[in-house]
Ligand binder design. Structure first.
Ligand SMILES: [Zn+2]
Length: 286
């Protein structure tokens, strides 16, 4: 599943390609991926230029020349692939691979720009969506997102505040997009590991020092992953033909059964927690 660093990577790549391009037509093959009527969706898009591309958490926000916004959420298996002649950039989930030909049978929405280049929204499991909103609706959507590593609102004070009076585990909280935006399963496990805290620890048992570490490593892990263009596994297609190389920096995720490289004593364990596969070192995480 694409997380914040992978979504940020595709936003950065698309900015270099589609800013100022005019949408001349749209083909919608699966209307369930659009949160409004297909006719209304097309009417609000065709003829627009792409002004800018932003992101909040894992949500892509495309500012259109009419002042409306196109929201794109890739969810579990969504993919954005831009094709200009032989030049292809892709981001999001790994399958289908762009070299398998475009459009593929999973290309459910296709944008065509005035220079004949195309943007494909592929989604195998079809949990992703697109939606056009005005400024007021955009503000309501954004209000649902919590503080976010990398944004100004991610201060230690705000972090401590959102942890107050919570009885869930730290992992469940890190995954709750309404409280802390952008962190998914992979990075939640890595942040807990670097903070020497077990993902299942109840928040009300955390010391101030542990909270401070969790806050600090949330930013460090996300920023480093963005620098490495995200984490690429075998089923994940990177953007622009490069691999997301954060996979080489993972300490616990997918490392079950291996010796912990942080303490060199523990063996990484994998359990099910907060509904997700959860990885930790029983020796150096308390
Ligand atoms: Zn360890």
């Amino acid at each position: 599943m694409p997380e914040l660093p992978e979504v940020e990577t595709i936003c950065r790549d698309l900015r270099k390609k589609i800013i100022n391009k005019k949408i001349v037509s749209i083909s919608v093959k699966k209307k369930n991926l659009i949160k409004q009527s297909v006719t209304g969706f097309k009417k609000k898009l065709v003829g627009n230029k792409i002004i800018s591309i932003d992101r909040r958490g894992k949500l892509i926000i495309i500012n259109l020349s009419t002042g409306n916004y196109l929201l794109i959420h890739l969810k579990m298996t969504g993919q954005l692939i831009y094709q200009q002649k032989d030049n292809i950039i892709a981001g999001g989930h790994g399958l289908p691979r762009p070299e398998q030909g475009l459009p593929s049978r999973f290309s459910h929405i296709i944008f065509i720009f005035s220079d004949k280049s195309q943007l494909f929204f592929n989604d195998i499991r079809q949990f992703g969506y697109m939606q056009i909103v005005d400024k007021e609706e955009l503000d309501l959507v954004i209000d649902n997102y919590g503080i976010e590593p990398g944004l100004k609102n991610f201060t230690l004070d705000n972090f401590n505040n959102v942890l107050k009076n919570r009885k869930t585990s730290i992992k469940a909280l890190l995954l709750n997009q309404k409280v802390i935006a952008g962190i998914g399963n992979i990075y939640a496990d890595e942040i807990c590991h670097l903070s020497s805290v077990r993902p299942m620890r109840r928040i009300n048992t955390l010391t101030n020092d542990e909270k401070k570490k969790l806050w600090k490593y949330s930013t460090t892990v996300i920023n480093n992953a963005i620098k490495k263009r995200g984490t690429t596994f075998s089923d994940y297609v990177d953007a622009d033909g490069h691999s997301g190389s954060y996979v080489g920096h993972l300490k616990v995720f997918g490392k079950q059964g291996s010796h912990c490289t942080s303490c060199s004593k523990g063996v990484i364990k994998k359990i099910r927690h907060a509904g997700r596969g959860t990885h930790y070192c029983p020796n150096c995480q308390k």
